[in-house]
Design a binder for this molecule. Structure first.
Ligand code: RUB
Length: 311
């Protein structure tokens, strides 16, 4: 699939989840480079930059997408010839995709150590990183009970219960508003992340912060499972995270509400670091306050000063 198709698929939510949209975007840029039949390096560079712009606007909140695209452009200096540029883009994309898949596996291994036999776990939306921890704990023979929120309006909870069933794990689905009611019976909350800010705040599916608040109130550990490419270098330089607002028709049909009624559909929210007990990454379990260090060590800061890098 080309850049246009991938960007459209991401916008329409056919391709979703912070890690997957980043991997598919890297793959699309790689294919753009491989499919180029011309002989003009500047033309290829232009096509790749145009593709990057198109992909970046397809879903504005997840920094994973931005980090993935940045990774593809790493080391592509203006002095490069056509074949050199093509090779570098392909190499970068392959490396990013490989490393991002490995990260999910490592997060599973590290995170499962925090799951005890008999734990009742609550998860929200559909995070492959959070599921990796749950599935690994199950494979290790821990008897766990899993509760999944419906996650309106897209009902990603249905994907989660299917993913769990495929791994042989039975689960219980609840409506989003039942999360606080259920919290008295929960031992651990595990969620994913779309973006982690330099102050440790976590941006994830709308409703995550309410669950974190309820967990905090009940003293239930609230942990975020996230690869290092979910951390945002942009926030280190003062940029705020744009919270995507989608079509209100995803929530309700226009004819179902009075004409003077507005319907809002923000799809992500921010959970402050004080409600987060730990972030499980592929480089270890960290407190949210260590986000700044992860950004500096794992993502570097130099590229922020490159041309167009803050897009
Ligand atoms: C998905 C969502 C997930 C994160 C992390 O939202 O909020 O929790 O993206 O997912 P949407 P992963 O369905 O709107 O993309 O761990 O798979 O990267």
């Amino acid at each position: 699939m080309g850049v246009e198709e991938i960007a459209a698929g991401i916008s329409r939510m056919e391709i979703r989840g912070a890690a997957e949209i980043a991997r598919k975007s890297a793959q699309a840029l790689k294919e753009e480079a491989l499919d180029y039949r011309g002989r003009d390096v500047e033309e290829l560079r232009h096509l790749l930059n145009r593709g990057k712009e198109e992909l970046l606007v397809s879903r504005p909140t997840a920094i994973s997408l931005w980090n993935g695209v940045q990774a593809v452009f790493k080391g592509t200096q203006s002095s490069m010839g056509l074949e050199e540029l093509r090779k570098q883009v392909v190499k970068n994309a392959d490396e990013f995709i490989k490393r991002s898949k490995e990260a999910v596996e490592i997060i599973g291994r590290i995170g499962s150590r925090r799951v005890r036999d008999g734990d009742r776990i609550l998860t929200h939306c559909n995070s492959k990183a959070a599921l990796s921890v749950i599935v690994r704990a199950h494979e290790e023979g821990k008897h766990i009970e899993v509760f999944a929120t419906e996650s309106r309006p897209w009902r990603q909870g249905l994907l989660t219960v299917k993913d769990l069933a495929e791994a042989g794990i039975g689960s219980t689905m609840i409506v989003d508003s039942a999360a606080r009611w259920l919290m008295k019976d929960i031992d651990l909350v595990l969620v994913g992340a779309d973006t982690i800010c330099s102050n440790g705040a976590v941006i994830n599916k709308i409703g995550t912060s309410q669950i974190a608040l309820a967990a905090h109130e009940s003293r239930v550990p609230f942990m975020v499972c996230a690869e290092t490419f979910k951390f945002s270098p942009k926030t280190m330089y003062g940029e705020l995270v744009e919270i995507e607002e989608r079509d209100s028709k995803e929530v309700v049909r226009p004819e179902e509400v009075p004409a003077i009624t507005k319907v809002l559909n923000p799809v992500f929210d921010a959970t402050p670091p004080e409600y987060i007990d730990a972030i499980i990454t592929e480089v270890g379990v960290i407190p949210p306050y260590a986000a700044y260090e992860i950004i500096v060590k794992e993502l570097g800061q130099d590229f922020l000063f490159e041309e167009n890098s803050t897009r």
